[in-house]
Design a protein around this ligand. Sequence first.
Ligand SMILES: [Ca+2]
Ligand SMILES: [Ca+2]
Ligand SMILES: [Ca+2]
Ligand SMILES: [Ca+2]
Length: 412
Amino acid sequence: MSKVKIISIGLILFITFKATELLSQTAPLKYEITYSPHVEYNSILSKGKTFVWKSTDIDNSLSEEVSLKDIFNFHYQGELVKGFKISTNGWITFNTSLTSSEPQNNLGSPKINSVIAPFWDDISANSKVTFGQYFDASMRYMIEPYDHDSKVLTIEWGGMERTADGSTNLNFQLKLYEKSNGIQFLYGEMNGYTGGSNYIYSYSCGMNGSKISDVPKDGEVLALRHDNTSDFVSSDASVANKGCNSLYYLPNCYSTITFKPGEPNKPYIYTAILPGNDDQESAFHVPVVAAEPNGHCGQVYSSEGATPSHDLKTCKGIPDDDVWFKFTSYKSTIVTVKVYGAGGYDPVIEILDDGWSTLKEPACVNETGEGMTETWHSDKIVLKQGYYIRVYDARKGSGKTGVFSIAVFTTP
Ligand SMILES: [Ca+2]
Ligand SMILES: [Ca+2]
Ligand SMILES: [Ca+2]
Ligand SMILES: [Ca+2]
């Protein structure tokens, strides 16, 4: 064989190899990402299609594949998606050869890949419905027309529970849009704690590609770094329950994150949001409702970053992170104030009158510990008079999370 021939064959092989390599390279994950605190949430749990499950484990199961061939035209990483599977742990995958529902959230894991995860943590299907209905009452999907020539696929996790805590109620959706190949996370009621157990979430939110390096590169992983923002990064997301895989402040109820294919996300400049009710003067108004609410939507707060209020040391504990609320009762003199600690938060309640003096009757409550509920009750409330509620974590600082929710209600 002549030298020229050998070089030509070598060249052809090289070009073929390069072309194959290029073809097998998937596009990086590149989206313009937007967070919005307000979205309408319409459940599809009653009308959506059910999944097929071989397992009966409502805590950790992966469904059988839903084929999208010829019915839904969606591209992920530049490739047409053929089908997907749903996990009870808050994610889907386009890698339909996967068999694990992986409760250990890790967006940088090369094994659990081609994942889109609105809320990946160890959660479970609804255990409170009729026997045997657990999966169908919790996870459904639906393809609907979106505009005149494209469709939207909605996948819902509804009435989901934190594993082993049936008092929790988590509702969220993933939407995939044909034509634009856009992705959207939507959150409905996200009642992740009820002040009855000391559990700290460590969830992940985001997506990953078909190939993930040991140290994820840009475009292989998009992991939310700061809860309830559009701050998605590829770094610090490859160890379970660490960094971006350990978010604890849950997605806000009725919020949404949208991913529009195109330019990579602009670097997010994070500035810590300090509580707006750090001072008495800026106390947040809490409505007085007729009964104890079932959930805490709109009433979840944090005292993280709050500072001590001048010279007020009337109750026990360390009020170095106190935040302020205010209520006025117009109809009933009987009022209950409850503060529900999220995991890692040990609330203290102090009630003051509108002259900012601590009440004469017992005004301080700190009967329970981390993750629990404190309750203050009075049947001598003066109608139409403002009362202040001071809340802080009993220990130095704001505990492990700073997170709690509050309710004020009358007793008939
Ligand atoms: Ca689980
Ligand atoms: Ca303060
Ligand atoms: Ca306490
Ligand atoms: Ca404190």
